[in-house]
Structures are given as C-alpha cells and as structure tokens.
Design a protein around this ligand. Sequence first.
Ligand SMILES: C[S@@+](CC[C@H](N)C(=O)[O-])C[C@H]1O[C@@H](n2cnc3c(N)ncnc32)[C@H](O)[C@@H]1O
Length: 200
Amino acid sequence: MGLFDEAARTWDLKLPRVETARKVGEVILSSVPVSKGWRVLDFGAGTGLLTFFLAPHVSEIVALDTSTGMIEVLREKVEKLGARNVKPLQGSYGDFKFEAPFDLIVSSMSVHHVKDVEGLFRWFSSNLKRGGYVAIADLLKEDGTFHSDNTGVYHFGFDREEFESYMVSAGIESVSFNIVHSIEKNGREYPIFLSVGQKV
Ligand SMILES: C[S@@+](CC[C@H](N)C(=O)[O-])C[C@H]1O[C@@H](n2cnc3c(N)ncnc32)[C@H](O)[C@@H]1O
C-alpha cells in the first residue's frame, strides 16, 4: 500500500487541501472559457476535491489517479452525490490514450509527484484538442520542506520559466501564470501557482 492509499480515507479532513482545490477551481473558472459541453481530465485527482468543484460546469470529467485508495474514495463520492458525469479512472497517465481528445486538462498539486514532467506534458498535448487548454496548479519552487516525507516527490515545486518550457516543448502556448493561493505550514507560506496554456 502506497502513501496516497494510506492517506485517502482522511485526505479531505485537512482544510488547506480543501481550500486549495476550491481556490484553484475558482481561478480556473475565471481564467479559462469553460463550457457546459466540455470534456475534462483531472490528472492526479486524488479524492476529487477539484474534480467535484468543476463537475457541475462541464459535460464530463475523467478523474485519473494511480492510487487505488484515492480512486476508491472518489468512487464512493460519485455514488453518494449521484455525480454521473464524473468518471474515476485508476492508473498512471502513460497507461492511457483516449479516443476522443479533451477540451481541458486540469491538475492540482500532483505534477511534482511525476519524474518526467516533459513526458507528462507531451501526453497532455496528445490527449488535448487543438485550441484546448491545460490549467495546472502546483507549488512554486520551495526548499524541500513542504512535505514531511519526500518519498515520491520528484520536484520541490517549479519556477515559471521551467514550467512554461515544458509546455512549449509539448506544443502548448503559455496563456497565464499566476500565484493563486498560499499554504501556511511550518510557520511560513508556500505559494501555489496556476499555469494556463493552450494547445496551438
Ligand atoms: C498531492 S495529491 C493531490 C490530489 C488532489 N489533486 C488534491 O488536490 O487533493 C497527488 C495525487 O497524484 C497522484 N499521482 C501521482 N503520480 C501519478 C501518476 N503518474 N498518474 C496519475 N496520478 C498520479 C497520487 O496518487 C495522488 O493522489
């Protein structure tokens, strides 16, 4: 059982996680022209904090996560809420090539857990419509103190230049990069950015 499987049952009890997802969701809705007809992918969806925030605004949202524990909790929420447009999917990004490309790919606090971010962005691009958007939130560059255990943490946040270079090399043009939130921990603030890009 992995760290995220163990954390899944109590994941939503930490208020900063809920607040971060809500804030990221709000800024996505105000900075991307999200439409009721859109198909969306939430990469590293966890228990679906961002997924369920966006679900009422779109046609379908696929919630992808490697953790069986996280996907189990997410599935229970789908049942409980009757959220029929939320589609939980367990596995890693490279396991899938979707037949129909997405209008929007979102992610919150998950990309720093992926070793090959350049490969991840190429995969995003290959599963995105031309003109489709990515809206990715993560930690701004930090000193490795954000996680109490850095197992499975491949990047101590990102700076703007590095993150936008991943996008550009995948054929995604940067639209905006803003600090949208901040998590207080260890007596200090860890800023969270939202990077929006559009496939050219
Ligand atoms: C810090 S959690 C964030 C969860 C959720 N987005 C949130 O804000 O609450 C990171 C999530 O990314 C998932 N993850 C890590 N690597 C992944 C991969 N290669 N493919 C899909 N999901 C992955 C983990 O299982 C975990 O649930």
